[in-house]
Design a protein around this ligand. Structure first.
Ligand SMILES: Cc1cc2nc3c(=O)[nH]c(=O)nc-3n(C[C@H](O)[C@H](O)[C@H](O)COP(=O)(O)OP(=O)(O)OC[C@H]3O[C@@H](n4cnc5c(N)ncnc54)[C@H](O)[C@@H]3O)c2cc1C
Length: 310
């Protein structure tokens, strides 16, 4: 056979069409993805991306805990990293710090426990973030004083032709729930190398447990939600402002401002993405009108409004 004829490698991952994204986002609402792919491994992901048509919208999704896909769906391909790209291990580095290499699909709580078990400290807060390493990198997830990018040594990215690169924090503009590649490159995270202080397992496990207890006491975790909907404005809390505007309990269809935590919107039963977005818009407009504060949304919204072309 001629060397010139090279067949594209057969995909080994899970490829589906017209996939309901409500199954894959924590709000349990919203539309479908035209194409859905869960790669078998990194090589499989490279082959998949290299074969996609140029210009097709691509969306990486971890655990969907900060994401809403509008009811009209996402007219592109969704790459699902959860239960894929799940490798995790330690790497040697001079000095006492613990260095961990984790794939984008590793759940953040898994990384937190891994660090604790390997005598590291400073990852305890990740135990309460119900997303993946990739999502935490994309969002610069954080809480209780911890922030994802404070621990990044380097990240591994992939572009739409399947090319992998190693990048460092200097390549990004990083802020509160904000991460943008300085060169504007369209790339996604396939993994990261993180450094943590030295600690002890029992201490880290105890701190993790205490933070989780605090979460259960303050957050409406029994109903589908996406965590904090808005970023905290400088020097204030979005939840305080929303509550002060009398919005706790405000509802459209099945979507409601939580009575327990005003910066959470819960799916109290049968909410559509349009219901959730209508509550978000109402909260935003009311806080602007009554408190004069322009809240900035933290959750990501993608896709088309039902009945309208994307
Ligand atoms: C109950 C609850 C509590 C929460 N508490 C916190 C908290 O304390 N602190 C906090 O920061 N967040 C919190 N969140 C929000 C959410 O968990 C985080 O933003 C998390 O990092 C999102 O990860 P994910 O894998 O679910 O991302 P997804 O929701 O799947 O995606 C979020 C965004 O990241 C992009 N993305 C995902 N994976 C990749 C990738 N591999 N490469 C590039 N882009 C990617 C997506 O395209 C999307 O734009 C909470 C959410 C819930 C439901």
């Amino acid at each position: 056979m001629s060397d010139a004829i090279r067949l594209a490698p057969a995909l080994r991952g899970e490829l589906r069409h017209d996939e309901p994204m409500a199954k894959h986002v924590s709000w349990r609402a919203g539309g479908r993805a035209r194409t859905f792919f869960r790669p078998a491994d990194l090589e499989d992901l490279q082959a998949f991306l290299a074969a996609r048509p140029a210009g097709e919208p691509v969306l990486f999704v971890g655990l969907g805990s900060n994401l809403l896909v509008r009811d009209g769906g996402f007219a592109g391909c969704v790459v699902f990293t959860h239960h894929a790209l799940t490798g995790i291990g330690s790497a040697p580095l001079p000095g006492p710090r613990l260095v961990v290499v984790a794939g984008a699909g590793v759940p953040a709580p898994h990384l937190a426990r891994y660090v604790a078990r390997h005598a590291g400290a400073g990852a305890e807060w990740l135990a309460g973030v119900p997303g993946t390493v990739g999502g935490a990198l994309a969002m610069n997830a954080g809480c209780y004083g911890g922030e994802t990018w404070n621990h990044v040594v380097s990240v591994r990215t992939i572009d739409r032709t399947g090319v992998l690169r190693t990048r460092t924090p200097q390549d990004y503009e990083i802020g509160y729930r904000h991460v943008v590649a300085r060169d504007g490159a369209e790339e996604w995270f396939v993994g990261g190398t993180f450094a943590f202080d030295a600690g002890d397992e029992a201490g880290a496990m105890a701190r993790m447990k205490a933070l989780l207890v605090k979460r259960v006491a303050t957050q409406p975790l029994s109903l589908p939600n996406a965590g904090s909907v808005f970023r905290n404005p400088p020097g204030d809390h979005a939840a305080r402002l929303i509550e002060a505007c009398g919005l706790k309990g405000f509802a459209v269809g099945g979507a409601q401002v939580s009575r327990r935590h005003a910066n959470f919107i819960v799916n109290a039963g049968g909410a559509s993405a349009a219901d959730i977005e209508a509550v978000i818009d109402h909260v935003h407009a009311t806080v602007r009108a009554r408190a004069g504060v322009e809240l900035v949304r933290e959750v990501r919204i993608v896709g088309a409004v039902e009945g309208r072309a994307p």
